[in-house]
Design a protein around this ligand. Sequence first.
Ligand SMILES: Nc1ncnc2c1ncn2[C@@H]1O[C@H](COP(=O)(O)OP(=O)(O)OP(=O)(O)O)[C@@H](O)[C@H]1O
Ligand SMILES: CC(C)(CO)[C@@H](O)C(=O)[O-]
Ligand code: BAL
Length: 276
Amino acid sequence: MKIFSTRSEIQQYLASLNGKTVGFVPTLGALHRGHISLIEQAKAGNDVVVCSIFVNPTQFTDPKDLENYPRPIATDISKLEAAECDILFHPPVSEIYDDNEHWHLNIGPLEFLLEGEFRPGHYQGVTQVVYKLLDIVKPTRLYLGQKDYQQFMVISRMVELLKIPVQLVMCPIEREPGGLAMSSRNIHLTADDRQHSLILSKTLNWLKANFDVNKIFQLEQDAMAMLQSEPGVEPEYIEIADGKTLLPADESSTSIIALTAARVGKTRLIDNVVIR
Ligand SMILES: Nc1ncnc2c1ncn2[C@@H]1O[C@H](COP(=O)(O)OP(=O)(O)OP(=O)(O)O)[C@@H](O)[C@H]1O
Ligand SMILES: CC(C)(CO)[C@@H](O)C(=O)[O-]
Ligand code: BAL
């Protein structure tokens, strides 16, 4: 695997691949099976796969979260080599940002709903860095996980608004045996937290199974009560949304998704399930 830490080196190398299709998997590192499944899907659909590991400061709203974010780079490199990833881009912050840079992209209500309400500014930071990474890598296809469903919608909107020539691919959520969605932040969970965290996927699956039984308002209230009754779990939201807009769904919406975020112990987790 080739490893680059500067824009100019990776751009020079990518230019020499003329005509090859490039699949790109951007990450914050601390890689797990979810990330590796994205690499595998990118490998299956492209000539060359680029992964980036960059803990992007502008998308963290909580400085403690940024400070505590795991950065096991040597293990990550071994995992990428085992997955036969072709290129790793691992830049320092100074390679991506100049001092006092300004960024604002009007992505409409998507910025303020759900994650946007609890992590204000997060999606401006995400679009800022993904724009820069796409500009450097210029991939044919961009692979993103369904776990960050709202992030996928936000990046799709940016690609549409800025007419970026890239195809987006949404990859299914990889889960632990009990149903917990894999996430780099899971390493912060204690054994008790792990047990309690199972309520997230259980409640989402319950919503899916009962969708035709009750009205959306009632389902959301019952689901919130299920989360609240689990020790150590502090839910932020659990909502049934239109899968195309993320605005509140009604029973007749053609695409419907249930999404949740909760603190489990000291760790904030998100998850979702497509209802239809
Ligand atoms: N369990 C998973 N299954 C599939 N894709 C995933 C999973 N977890 C993360 N991804 C995807 O991997 C990419 C990189 O995500 P990221 O590096 O933020 O990992 P993460 O595990 O989501 O970390 P965290 O949630 O702790 O920030 C994103 O497109 C994300 O949606
Ligand atoms: C897309 C991303 C790599 C941008 O920093 C990040 O938000 C992530 O890992 O989901
Ligand atoms: N997985 C999305 C990146 C973040 O939580 O900041």
